[in-house]
Design a binder for this molecule. Structure first.
Ligand SMILES: Cc1ncc(COP(=O)(O)O)c(C=O)c1O
Length: 369
């Protein structure tokens, strides 16, 4: 009998219990040496110049916008094909999210649409690597050349993704990651940012911990750290406890990513010629981290029902966020977004999917279309 297939999965390394128990016994639960070690290991594994771990991907997005001094009346261009957190981060700064269209073929920002949305108020573009597949970063870079517009990457789905030989995290002004429970790498909840500009990086270090410069503020004889707070800060740091889980889960990450890519290659090979399906488009130079595996179908409700009957879960994962009242309702002039929203569907891909299960999923799809 086919074992139960889940759509999402939380990966916890077999070594995690030991690492976390050691941490608990040390009683240094908040941010400290283990967080530093986690950051060093992330830099080593993904070749990042720097990384600052945080308590969520949402905090990462808010901090990114805050670092760029985004404020009321500024416009931030974002896709509607994302999770609500991307849009909320813009609202946290009282700025205006401006929704650009996506490519129907991959769910990522469409360069021409972004171009048409740029005004004198545009301060940043947040691109989302939908499902882990990298956006057209060269296209975006060309758009902002000779302007002051910054690019923030929402790479919540894209730890380990590669754009044209460059790891996601090393390309733009700021890149934001999420280590939430069902992401490739989890710390329970958590996130991180990589920051290109050294001054902004120092600013991020302060702002993630109340705005206090811990490196340059000593503890006085009276027993409190001496500081003069000059700017707004947040309690956004990741703690040792979560970092211990992150370190354990990081071991074997490359092998797990390889497994996801092999499953994806198998899906592509087996499903590419089915006329009732259109797989998301990929360029040969880019590598997705495959947080998701997506396709389009014109018979979505029927396919969902048939697959459910065969115990294969599917999901749209997130539908367009502009439809929410807080953002003013769906903008139907975003033609590709509207089409995408009606036909997109994702099939299971994660660490608990082995080739045998992938084979079962493929057979179930072939007998359902
Ligand atoms: C595209 C995207 N951005 C941001 C986030 C927010 O991340 P977190 O849940 O870690 O705050 C998510 C969360 O799932 C997401 O899917």
């Amino acid at each position: 009998m086919q074992k139960e297939i889940s759509f999402f999965n939380t990966y916890v390394s077999p070594n995690a219990a030991q690492g976390v128990t050691e941490l608990l016994n040390s009683t240094f639960l908040s941010e400290g040496k283990i967080t530093e070690q986690f950051e060093k290991e992330l830099c080593k594994m993904f070749d990042f110049k720097n990384i600052i771990t945080l308590n969520s991907g949402t905090s990462a997005l808010h901090l990114a916008l805050d670092l760029l001094n985004i404020k009321e009346s500024d416009e931030i261009i974002i896709p509607a094909q994302t999770f609500i957190a991307t849009g909320l981060a813009v609202l946290y700064c009282k700025a205006k999210p401006v929704f650009a269209d996506i490519n129907y073929e991959d769910g990522n920002l469409n360069i021409e649409s972004v171009r048409s949305k740029i005004t004198s108020k545009t301060k940043a573009i947040i691109c989302v690597h939908w499902g882990g597949y990298p956006c057209n970063m060269n296209g975006l870079k060309d758009l902002v050349k000779n302007t002051n517009i910054k690019i923030i990457e929402d790479a919540a789905h894209a730890l380990g993704s590669v754009y044209s030989k460059e790891n996601i995290g090393n390309i733009s002004d700021i890149t934001c990651f999420s280590f939430q429970a069902i992401k490739h790498l989890t710390t329970g909840d958590g996130g991180a940012i990589t920051v290109k500009d050294p001054e902004l990086y120092e600013k991020a270090l302060r702002k993630k911990w109340f705005g206090i410069d811990r490196k340059n503020s000593a503890v006085s004889e009276l027993g409190e750290r001496e500081y003069d707070l000059k700017e707004m800060g947040y309690k956004y740091h990741l703690n040792n406890y979560a970092s211990a889980l992150g370190i354990a889960n990081l071991s074997g990450y490359a092998a797990r990513l390889k497994n996801r890519r092999e499953i994806a290659d198998y899906y592509k090979q087996e499903l590419k010629n089915i006329t009732a399906l259109q797989l998301f488009k990929e360029e040969p130079d880019n590598k997705s981290a495959y947080w998701l595996f997506g396709l389009h179908t014109n018979n979505r409700p029927e396919l969902i029902r048939k697959l459910k009957a065969k115990k294969v879960p599917t999901s749209v994962v997130h539908q367009r966020i502009d439809k929410n009242s807080i953002f003013g309702g769906a903008d139907l002039s975003l033609i590709n977004q509207t089409k995408f929203d009606n036909t997109q569907l994702h099939i299971p891909i994660h660490d608990a999917i082995d080739m045998e299960t992938a084979n079962y999923i493929v057979d179930a799809i072939k007998s359902s279309v």
